[in-house]
Design a protein around this ligand. Structure first.
Ligand code: ZN
Length: 204
């Protein structure tokens, strides 16, 4: 199982970090050791003083495929989930400045939070406008709508599968909307997908 992540997939988020709007998806990966499930607490790692939350829609691949055409991409997933792509922003900035890969800042242990429950496509009112949000300590900090993606889900699958064979169980984190920011010890994070609370855990 692999975790594929898309960066800079919402205009407002790309701008808040001072990045250009990409003309093709920014792709990076996390290993399976990055997964954090069951609403277990997230422990801030010692190598960063600035861990940012990034709430994201997560696609679960349920069919093997390579060179998937956009018009057939919908056949390769039947469930949408919710996750957080935790990012060591201070470390990422250092790596970006040096032109180095982001893995240490993005792919570290437990950096990929994943809700246990996925929604089936038919549980979602409008697949072109999937709503999700993140609250910290009862305040909404990020709210997303898949209609604002620069590269929509089916386009992501087409692009990613040019480079990487997609296998059953692979996860694609589809990018975060604006409003990223740091978490601190004691914070309670609650994530909602289509109004359903799927994430509820603490920072330790
Ligand atoms: Zn992200």
């Amino acid at each position: 199982m692999k975790i594929i992540c898309i960066g800079r997939n919402y205009v407002a988020h790309a701008k808040e970090l001072g990045n250009e709007i990409p003309d093709e998806p920014v792709i990076f990966m996390k290993p399976d050791s990055a997964l954090l499930r069951n609403n277990e607490p997230f422990f801030i790692p010692g190598f960063s003083n600035e861990i940012h939350h990034e709430i994201e829609l997560v696609i679960k691949i349920d069919r093997l495929g390579k060179y998937i055409e956009k018009r057939f991409a919908h056949r390769y997933y039947s469930e949408i989930g919710l996750g957080i792509d935790f990012t060591a922003r201070d470390l990422q900035q250092k790596l970006k400045d040096k032109g180095l890969p982001w893995e240490k800042a993005k792919a570290f242990d437990k950096s990929a939070v994943l809700a246990n429950t996925f929604l089936k496509k038919d549980q979602i009112e409008n697949l072109n406008s999937i709503k999700f949000n993140l609250n910290i300590n009862d305040q909404q900090v990020q709210s997303g709508d898949s209609s604002l993606m620069i590269f929509p889900i089916d386009e992501i699958i087409a692009q990613v599968s040019k480079y990487f064979t997609l296998k059953i169980g692979d996860l694609i984190y589809t990018g975060t909307p604006a409003g990223v920011g740091p978490v601190k010890i004691g914070d309670r994070l609650e994530g909602y997908l289509e109004g359903q609370k799927l994430l509820d855990f603490y920072i330790k």
